[in-house]
Design a protein around this ligand. Sequence first.
Ligand code: GTP
Ligand code: MG
Length: 207
Amino acid sequence: MQESVVITKAVYLASAVRKDQYPEVRRPEVAFIGRSNVGKSSLINSLTRIRRLAHVSSKPGKTQTINFYELLLRVDGGEERHPVHLVDLPGYGYAKAARDSRQTWAKFIEEYFLTSEHLRFVCLLLDIRHLPMASDLRMFSWLVEKDIPVLVVATKADKLGKNARRTQIAAMRRALGVPELTILPYASPKSEGRSELLDVMKDNLIE
Ligand code: GTP
Ligand code: MG
């Protein structure tokens, strides 16, 4: 069966800590947010199938800047190539980060969210093995409060068996306080969840 969304090109565009460093030409975009080490950069690599597009590390705090990537999407076998942007954000909740750097984090991420007219939705990544922590709950309610559409993605799904996944996802929904919430399980090593995420991108990023 032909995939409904095909990425025909994926390139790194820019890294930024301030608005004037954002790419000049903006496209409809999706941002990836979550605790340090939750798997944001890995998900971008698995989605684009380019192994080292985003930098991954086993140590938390790897991504320190807002990184923009441009993708061209072909939809339903059509001729047109739709440019969209993926935005990899630095993780929060890294215990070892100095207080100062945590405050800087909040500032420049907030600036990004509050000035991004092209942002169509945010993927909030949560490790499937843990219930959302206070910082995740704060992030979730903040996004909801700001009317920014959120897709919750449960990362590292390969670490749990099928039944444990189901139980854990139900517990995550309860913890977030939204019983009907869609939570997409994702496993970067095998790109599980990839076509589902591409479908969400197609529905939300393509005009
Ligand atoms: P920061 O940039 O520090 O905020 O982290 P990040 O959220 O970008 O995490 P990153 O993608 O760098 O991954 C952190 C660690 O988790 C790495 O060792 C990855 O190999 C591992 N990892 C990420 N996703 C998965 C996954 O789906 N399954 C498994 N088993 N490991 C994963
Ligand atoms: Mg990262």
